[in-house]
Design a protein around this ligand. Structure first.
Ligand SMILES: *[C@@H]1O[C@H](CO)[C@@H](O)[C@H](O)[C@H]1NC(C)=O
Ligand SMILES: *[C@@H]1O[C@H](CO)[C@@H](O)[C@H](O)[C@H]1NC(C)=O
Ligand SMILES: *[C@@H]1O[C@H](CO)[C@@H](O)[C@H](O)[C@H]1NC(C)=O
Ligand SMILES: *[C@@H]1O[C@H](CO)[C@@H](O)[C@H](O)[C@H]1NC(C)=O
Ligand SMILES: *[C@@H]1O[C@H](CO)[C@@H](O)[C@H](O)[C@H]1NC(C)=O
Ligand SMILES: *[C@@H]1O[C@H](CO)[C@@H](O)[C@H](O)[C@H]1NC(C)=O
Ligand SMILES: *[C@@H]1O[C@H](CO)[C@@H](O)[C@H](O)[C@H]1NC(C)=O
Length: 613
């Protein structure tokens, strides 16, 4: 619980102080590097952290984040890094530009590392889930900018310091599951939004200034509750109380994680929007060149970020009746890495039919793709229902949906990231790219077989895909095609899908109704085959107004069949017969009359035959 909550804590930091994270600093990176090495060399760490003294701190050291210019270390995230023992003094505290420090879930012991108080830039610190013990220091005047303090799940004892009152910027304070005793000081911290003092050994009563957090924030102590009835609630909060103050633990967790996701993407989107604007580059449907958001790229102004973040935050926090949640599917181990998303560098991958896709690199180098759906027209219930269906399609030729987020504003989907890029990218190359290596016959055939199998499986589940196109097709670990974006077509407004390259794949009968059926999928697959065989780029053809089906049929009718194929294929020895077979299959899939198109199972059979012979 506290671990999950700490996700939330770190997120808070993003609203309440993202500004200085990117401010120019003067200082010494080699000093930071030495400080980190001194730390690591003097602490037991059975698991290697891969901090190679001869490689770049900012670029390669796991858990280390630098400022925009790569001149100083600003964040250190080492959650669950198997660090054991006492923190060597005078090491981490030398990282004078450090703003985020997460050492949660390690085996750290000893007293509170008092030299951390020298980290004047610190905005968030989590020592949660370690074995720190003894009393806390009394004076916090140096942590002027601290917003998040998480000391939960340790063995700290003594009283809660009244000096916390000097942490005027504090937004979140978690001291749960320690051995604090004595009375709770009257902490007048108006900005505090989250507080957890539960499971300690506190006595006395809850001070007035903290009553707004409710008794649940103080459970598991020896406190005297002045009132057996629910806590006094400021008038402003009364309304939402009615909606339900008694939120279950999973709901709180869900809200926290949901909020995290929402905010992260809000910020990411903002950055992307700003960046795209500045670059004035047109958005295209095929993957554009990946654009690094960080580091060393233009950021939205501080004002923009913090304003948006704050508004969003307040809105989400006050709307606790909303069931914001992220749902993970079996087989994904992402749950443990969600927090890392927040410091992950996000990269805009492309704008597709259903929204933007981003690539996020997690702390442990895991890479995921996150799709942010736009124009979702179905109810939340229907959305979730559809996600459950999609998430439970387990097939090696269907790109697995790892998780989804469903909140009021955001519908997000988490997929694996395919480093080789989509079929579209491999076939046509990046826009403006020179020296693109043409895709060979083998690979093209494997793409087709994979997609055909994936689609056939989807159809046996009584589903339709509804958005087949080459930018949705990737290569799985067995080097066969697999298809992404399954089942999204039913979620969004068909009108918004009327444009773009998706149109090229749409079956004639689906142009008006825009309903997806297995037959219209077969048509889309036929176009995909023709695209793969001819190597014609969907974007170029769209501009020229060429209908691939019409063009292919014209060329065939004129007996120039050879002209249809991509040069690379024509030059491949001994595949002429196979090419013709494929072309025939492609054209039969794109038959005008739906009933004349073969079923996907039949298509798979034919393709496998072609592969075997
Ligand atoms: C820690 O290890 C470094 C070597 O990296 C050494 O120079 C230093 O004296 C050790 N002790 C402390 C407290 O940093
Ligand atoms: C450290 O990195 C350098 C090059 O960056 C490499 O040659 C060396 O093998 C690496 N050392 C370790 C221990 O990984
Ligand atoms: C605290 O944050 C403010 C605003 O971001 C900044 O101007 C100030 O320098 C920070 N204080 C310290 C000690 O870093
Ligand atoms: C705190 O714990 C230490 C042992 O870790 C003990 O020696 C000390 O007396 C405790 N202090 C209080 C106030 O309980
Ligand atoms: C806050 O810090 C100042 C020193 O900067 C100190 O004089 C004051 O006592 C502190 N307040 C509390 C409540 O500890
Ligand atoms: C809690 O405090 C009481 C005295 O106030 C003490 O007797 C008891 O041992 C403490 N319990 C724990 C778990 O520290
Ligand atoms: C406080 O932390 C405990 C874990 O020690 C958790 O069970 C509880 O739900 C938390 N309460 C709130 C209000 O966050």
């Amino acid at each position: 619980m506290s671990r999950k909550l700490s996700i939330f804590y770190i997120i808070l930091l993003l609203f309440f102080g993202s500004s200085a994270l990117f401010s120019p600093v003067t200082g010494d990176l080699s000093g930071d590097r030495q400080a980190l090495l001194d730390f690591l060399n003097n602490i037991t760490h059975p698991r290697s952290l891969a901090w190679n003294a001869s490689s770049s701190v900012c670029a390669t050291w796991s858990g280390v984040t630098c400022d925009r210019d790569g001149t100083r270390v600003t964040a250190l995230h080492l959650p669950g890094a198997s660090l054991i023992g006492q923190i060597p003094p005078g090491t981490i505290s030398r990282l004078s530009e450090l703003q985020i420090l997460s050492l949660r879930s390690n085996g750290l012991r000893g007293p509170f590392p008092i030299d951390f108080l020298q980290l004047k830039k610190l905005k968030a610190i989590s020592l949660s889930n370690n074995r720190f013990s003894g009393p806390l220091p009394s004076d916090y005047a140096t942590w002027t900018n601290l917003t998040v303090l998480d000391l939960s799940r340790n063995r700290f004892n003594g009283s809660i310091p009244a000096g916390f009152a000097n942490l005027t910027g504090l937004v979140s304070l978690n001291l749960a599951q320690n051995s604090f005793s004595g009375e709770i000081p009257d902490l007048n911290l108006p900005g505090l939004r989250r507080l957890n003092f539960s499971n300690n050994n506190l006595t006395g009563s809850i001070p007035k200034s903290l009553k707004r957090f409710g008794n649940s924030a103080f459970s598991g102590n020896n406190l005297v509750y002045e009132n057996a009835s629910p806590p006094v609630i400021p008038p402003k909060q009364k309304k939402k109380e009615k909606k339900g103050i008694y939120i279950s633990k999973p709901a709180i967790l869900a809200i926290a994680i949901g909020v995290c996701f929402v905010i992260f993407f809000l910020i990411a989107v903002l950055m992307v929007v700003c960046y795209v604007k500045r670059q004035r580059r047109p958005e295209t449907e095929t993957e554009p060149k990946p654009e690094k958001l960080r580091p060393a790229q233009k950021m939205p102004s501080e004002k923009e970020v913090s304003k948006l973040g704050k508004e969003k935050n307040i809105e989400d926090m006050e709307d606790k009746s909303e069931i914001n949640r992220v749902v993970f599917f079996e087989g994904s181990n992402l749950a443990f890495n969600l927090e890392d998303l927040l410091i992950a560098s996000a990269e805009f991958l492309g704008k597709g039919t259903f929204g933007m896709t981003y690539k996020a690199v997690l702390e442990d180098s895991k890479v995921i793709a996150v799709k942010r759906l736009k124009d979702v027209v179905v109810s939340r219930k229907d959305y979730k229902h559809q996600m459950e269906i999609v998430g439970n399609i387990k097939h090696k030729n269907v790109a697995p949906l790892r998780a989804y987020v469903c909140s009021k504003e955001e519908k997000l989907m988490v997929y694996d990231y395919y480093s080789r890029g989509s079929l579209s990218l491999l076939l046509h190359g990046k826009i403006g790219e020179e020296g693109h290596v043409p895709l060979n016959w083998e690979t093209r055939l494997r793409f087709m077989i994979g997609v055909a199998k994936g689609l056939a499986h989807i159809h046996t589940q009584k589903l339709a895909h509804g958005n087949i196109k080459s930018s949705n097709v990737f290569m799985n670990s067995e080097d066969y095609g697999c298809i992404s974006e399954t089942g999204l077509a039913v979620l969004t407004n068909p009108a918004t899908r009327a444009n773009g390259s998706a149109r090229r794949y749409r079956a004639p009968e689906a142009t008006d109704t825009r309903r997806s059926t297995p037959e219209s999928d077969v048509y889309g697959f036929g176009i995909l085959m023709l695209e793969t065989l001819t190597g014609r780029s969907s974007v170029d053809d769209l501009k020229e107004g060429i209908d691939l089906v019409v063009w292919v049929n014209e060329v065939i009718a004129k007996q120039w069949t050879g002209e249809v194929f991509d040069l690379e294929l024509v030059q491949t020895p001994n595949v002429e017969a196979k090419l013709l077979q494929m072309l025939q299959l492609g054209t039969s899939c794109t038959a005008r009359v739906p009933a004349k198109r073969p079923e996907m199972l039949k298509v798979v059979e034919t393709l496998e035959e072609i592969e075997r012979n």
